[in-house]
Design a protein around this ligand. Structure first.
Ligand SMILES: C[S@@+](CC[C@H](N)C(=O)[O-])C[C@H]1O[C@@H](n2cnc3c(N)ncnc32)[C@H](O)[C@@H]1O
Length: 273
């Protein structure tokens, strides 16, 4: 076991950081580190917190994909996590994927944190308590000897290029955060796109559209025709994929011990025809 490096210092959490990207500040990274790697005790102050059922989102998403892959007889040697943030879903995938798990994100700082944590098999980070007070949380991840290669890189979810295709791709809470969600999705239908024929695409999204991220004309669904994002997704996918799983998956991001952001992601898994 290596000495865990400090990924985010406690006093950095209260800086007035100017970041163009919503996912680049110390506070945001700390929230995602806690959501992706924290134990229930790390996230909640009390053992019977009412949101405790929403804990463990990355592991649940990974297990859904694993169970569909087993059910459909799809061998997953190479998996890609698009919009991976600090890498918790990628690490959950590494517990069962055979050869390679690759995480890609537009945020260079998220990728740096994910890489440092992976190379050191863990890390320590500050989380907000109250006002200027923070506490530290330490987490561990498995080393390279116990599974597939796990790597992270900076890249654009709407413009993915890989020499070799993947057997499975995860788009978790990212379609409503990219500038061109339709374009992002179309890449996976293409014969020479990042996903191979017969491969699996897991899409998770709370469909929380905001003009800060994409123009309303690009959002899935239509107010005029009363089409929901869920139905629009199914129409967009119907040409090249079969839907093999649909569920709602809760998740929680901690702001401080008295404030949590809860969301319920719509999760579908698609087999590429
Ligand atoms: C809501 S977070 C989701 C993080 C993680 N997938 C999860 O489910 O917890 C959205 C992530 O997408 C990333 N992102 C936004 N636009 C992107 C783009 N064009 N290309 C790659 N990543 C992007 C952000 O940096 C952020 O890490």
């Amino acid at each position: 076991m290596k000495n865990p490096p400090v990924l985010i210092k406690g006093d950095e959490l209260f800086l007035n950081e100017i970041a163009e990207d919503h996912y680049e500040t110390s506070r945001d990274l700390s929230k995602y580190l806690l959501m992706h790697y924290g134990s229930p005790e790390d996230v909640f102050e009390s053992p019977h917190h009412p949101l405790a059922f929403a804990h463990g989102y990355p592991e649940r998403i990974s297990r859904i994909l694993q169970s569909v892959a087993l059910d459909k007889g799809v061998t997953v040697s190479r998996a890609l996590d698009v919009g991976c943030s600090v890498g918790g879903v990628a690490h959950a995938l590494s517990r069962w994927v055979d050869t390679l798990v690759c995480g890609v994100d537009a945020s260079a700082r998220s990728i740096d944190v994910a890489t440092t944590l992976t190379q050191n098999e863990g890390g320590t980070f500050g989380v907000v308590q109250q006002g200027p007070y923070s506490r530290y949380v330490s987490v561990r991840v498995s080393g390279p000897e116990s599974g597939p290669e796990v790597g992270f890189e900076v890249g654009d979810a709407c413009d993915l290029h890989y020499e070799e295709q993947f057997d499975a791709v995860i788009l978790s809470n990212v379609l409503d955060r990219v500038a061109h969600p339709g374009e992002c999705l179309r890449q996976f239908e293409a014969d020479d796109g990042p996903l191979r024929r017969g491969g699996l695409l897991l899409i998770a999204c709370p469909w929380s559209w905001y003009p800060d991220y994409s123009r309303p004309e690009e959002w899935f669904g239509s107010a005029r025709d009363e089409i929901t994002s869920e139905d629009d997704l199914k129409t967009r996918m119907s040409g090249g994929f079969t839907m093999v799983h649909e569920s709602d998956q809760p998740a929680v991001l901690r702001q401080n011990p008295r404030e949590y952001d809860y969301f319920n992601a719509h999760v579908t898994v698609w087999e590429k025809l």
